[in-house]
Design a protein around this ligand. Structure first.
Ligand code: HC1
Ligand code: SF4
Length: 579
């Protein structure tokens, strides 16, 4: 170990540990902006983590960035001297100099790491702001999902790092020099035509409002407030366990009842559950998988994650025939809300508007796919990320904590099973599918529905499941995060991986910490495990835990779809992909 002092306090460090890291372990605060420990990102570009050091045996003081300077034996570190504080303040002032000064209208207002820094250094004035140069910076609004506003970028490069080293999509690059240096899409493309798959991981790590989703809270309000329309809201499996945090509730609190109450309070007519549609997806995808296995076609990839679909289409179009043709739960619910529900409610199809609340940015892309429309009418009209939904409630003066939890009351499309609930976490779709496929093949239920061999958090997990009947052992894989996905897809293409069924979720952890969920400052995906625990609890406490035993799903097939994979089910609930 290495001995040193920080602000007079004796500290021990590991060899090659950075000063910042050592300080944190000893509970000494040093401000940071570009650095993000969770993704091992220490570019040292913002320079606000500057500290004063004196190396052992040397008299002179030096000023270094603590995030990328290693400790030394006998080093004396000072973090709060007048000189250090003045330098940090100047740094923040320089960062502010080319940052759009419209905090009050920024979606990160009150939740911004740059604002926190301005408070930390006690910034009272802003001497160097160059409005003209800042306002001239690029704002890319070409994507239905994401907005890249370079007027708010602080060049921390966290987005570049997460996209390149974690998601391995590598859609972002730094371009330009000096004051013109900024984040661009590779080859200068616009978002809509680049290799970006809209997974939103870059948004989760952005410390300011430079990256974000296209805000559609106004469009949602327009529908909700218009008496002409019957507005239907659906919310994703993960939303109920990944939303309370925004209103000060402990991580992973199940706020399903609060979300229902909030929707009613803002004037939504019908509140439905994406979990119900997840159960329907299991029926369709499960039977589809068995058909494919019988025909010797394998592997089949799941198709519910839209960033994964984008990834396959853009990066590996040759594998598209391997994807399940079943639409995602979001689209299944929207389709049924505009075909099945009108009959049941006595409301004309063209008067229905579907708003979905998703922990996902790529769902916005999915909603505008031309093949996911009924004639000219999109199946899903508006997708709000979890962040936008929080914003919408604030705009309506609602604090989630103050609401009395409510229950679903729609008798057709709101009941869900434990299987539908676990879609929200990595491995959940596979587990839900196996519960139903096993019963279909064997005519009896699995003895233990908790398939713990499919759980876990490794990037790729594999297992062998005995399906019984003519199928016997099938090999399955579950993968989350696009870095691991790329490696797995490469293996499938080269014949080095032999699987029957593969679940892919583009976001690490699955939807519980999706790219559209609430952002955490200075951390990447810190809440996934707490949220996942709650999801498994929801499953554990459901009376019915297999999709095929969902009474509303049974009624749907009896009254409307005939059978899973029937001609009608195929027409309404399956899709195709584009190269
Ligand atoms: Fe997901 Fe899905 S699980 S994709 O992760 O299949 O977003 O939660 O809604 O559609 O059900 C997200 C979550 C979600 C779909 C379902
Ligand atoms: Fe990369 Fe995903 Fe961000 Fe696109 S949305 S730039 S793929 S991290």
């Amino acid at each position: 170990t290495v001995s040193l002092t920080i602000n007079g306090k004796a500290c021990t460090a590991f060899p090659n540990e950075t000063i910042l890291h050592c300080a944190r372990r000893h509970d000494i605060y040093i401000p940071t902006l570009c650095e993000l420990d969770d993704i091992d990102h220490t570019p040292g570009t913002c320079r606000v983590c500057i500290v004063e050091i004196v190396q052992a045996g040397r008299e002179i003081e030096q000023f270094v960035t603590s995030c990328n300077t290693p400790v030394g034996e006998g080093m004396v570190v000072q973090t709060r001297t007048p000189k250090v504080r003045a330098m940090q303040k100047l740094q923040v002032e320089l960062l502010m100099a080319d940052h759009l000064q419209d905090c009050a209208t920024c979606t990160r207002h009150g939740d911004c790491e740059l604002q926190d820094l301005a408070q930390f250094v006690g910034l009272k004035e802003n001497r160097f702001f160059d409005r003209q140069r800042t306002e001239a910076r690029e704002v890319d609004e070409s994507s239905p999902a994401l907005i890249r506003d370079m007027r708010r970028c602080v060049r921390c490069q966290r987005c570049v790092a997460v996209c390149r080293y974690h998601q391995e999509v590598d859609a972002l690059v730094m371009s330009g020099t000096g004051v013109n240096r900024l984040v661009s899409l590779r080859h200068g493309f616009e978002q809509a035509s680049s290799t970006c798959v809209s997974c939103g991981q870059c948004v989760l790590v952005c410390p300011t409002g430079a990256l974000g989703e296209r805000d559609e809270t106004d469009r949602a309000l327009d529908y909700i407030c218009d008496p002409e329309f019957t507005t239907v809201v659906q919310f994703a499996p993960a939303v109920r366990v990944a939303f309370g945090e925004e209103f000060g509730m402990p991580p992973g609190t199940n706020v399903q009842g609060h979300v229902i109450a909030a929707c009613r309070k803002i004037g939504v007519d019908v509140v439905l559950d994406t979990n119900f549609a997840a159960d329907v997806v299991i029926m369709e995808e499960g039977i589809e998988l068995l058909e494919r296995l019988k025909a010797g076609r394998k592997p089949t990839f799941t198709s519910c994650c839209p960033a994964w679909i984008n990834f396959a289409e853009i990066h590996y179009p040759d594998i598209l025939p391997l994807l399940s043709s079943t639409k995602s739960p979001q689209q299944v619910l929207s389709t049924l809300a505009k075909t099945y529900l009108p009959e049941k409610l006595g409301v004309p199809q063209e008067k229905i508007r579907v708003i979905s609340i998703m922990p996902c940015t790529a769902k916005k892309d999915e909603a505008v796919r031309p093949q996911l429309a009924i004639g000219d009418m999109p199946e899903t009209d508006v997708v709000l990320t979890t962040r936008e939904f929080a914003r919408l409630l604030r705009r309506e003066g609602i604090d989630l904590k103050d609401l009395e939890p409510s229950e679903f009351d729609n008798p057709y499309m709101s009941e869900f099973t434990g299987a539908g609930a676990i879609f929200g976490t990595t491995g959940g779709v596979m587990e839900a599918a196996v519960r139903t496929i096993y019963a279909v093949v064997n005519g009896e239920e699995l003895e233990d529905v908790e398939l713990t061999q499919l759980r876990g958090f490794e990037g790729v997990r594999t297992a062998t499941v005995n399906l019984g009947g003519p199928f016997g052992d099938v090999k399955v894989a579950m993968c989350h995060g696009l870095g691991d996905t790329r490696a797995l897809v490469e293996k499938v293409r080269s014949g080095d991986a032999d699987f029957d069924f593969i679940e892919i979720m583009a976001c690490p952890g699955g939807c519980v910490d999706g790219g559209g969920s609430l952002r955490s400052k200075k951390a990447y995906l810190p809440l996934a495990l707490a949220r996942r625990e709650t999801i498994y609890n929801v499953d554990r406490t459901r009376k019915v835990r297999q999709s095929h035993n969902n009474e509303q799903v049974k009624t749907l097939y009896r009254d409307f779809l005939d059978a899973p994979n029937s001609e009608k089910a195929h027409k309404l609930l399956h899709t195709h992909y584009s190269e």
